[in-house]
Ligand binder design. Sequence first.
Ligand SMILES: Cc1cc2nc3c(=O)[nH]c(=O)nc-3n(C[C@H](O)[C@H](O)[C@H](O)COP(=O)(O)O)c2cc1C
Length: 131
Amino acid sequence: MSVYNLTFSPTGGTKRAADLFTRSFCPENICIDLTSHNENYSSYSFSEEDICIVSVPSYGGRVPSIAVSRLRQMNGGKAKAILLVVYGNRAYDDTFVELQDVLTDVGFRNHRPENSAPDVVFAPVNVLLRQ
Ligand SMILES: Cc1cc2nc3c(=O)[nH]c(=O)nc-3n(C[C@H](O)[C@H](O)[C@H](O)COP(=O)(O)O)c2cc1C
């Protein structure tokens, strides 16, 4: 079983939140940078025992399209996914739902009944980041 920290973070805010959360969840984790141009994303394949913490920013209330296309190259392999969305205090709109749909499409496990919204937990990330 491995814990993965998959992060798309063009300007670093999402990565700071993701690292903080992932480290407190499991100090020994494997980072996958979804921002990198030089990665062969189709080489990533997870297994049922793995836990993947997938973090993206909300852009226009959606998952950034480049992050979607990179996630779509991976094989979820029935791994569990924890979804983390960072936004700029306007609104995250459909970002969680879209991220859930993409991850389910590529084979991550979905514990939610069909058509139900994912659980959303509000965390005071700005407060956490100042610590
Ligand atoms: C192109 C763009 C679109 C954004 N759209 C939204 C939005 O719809 N709602 C919101 O609350 N914040 C929005 N933001 C703010 C980002 O979600 C926020 O700054 C986030 O921390 C950026 O993540 P990063 O630092 O990992 O790149 C947007 C930022 C950018 C650059």
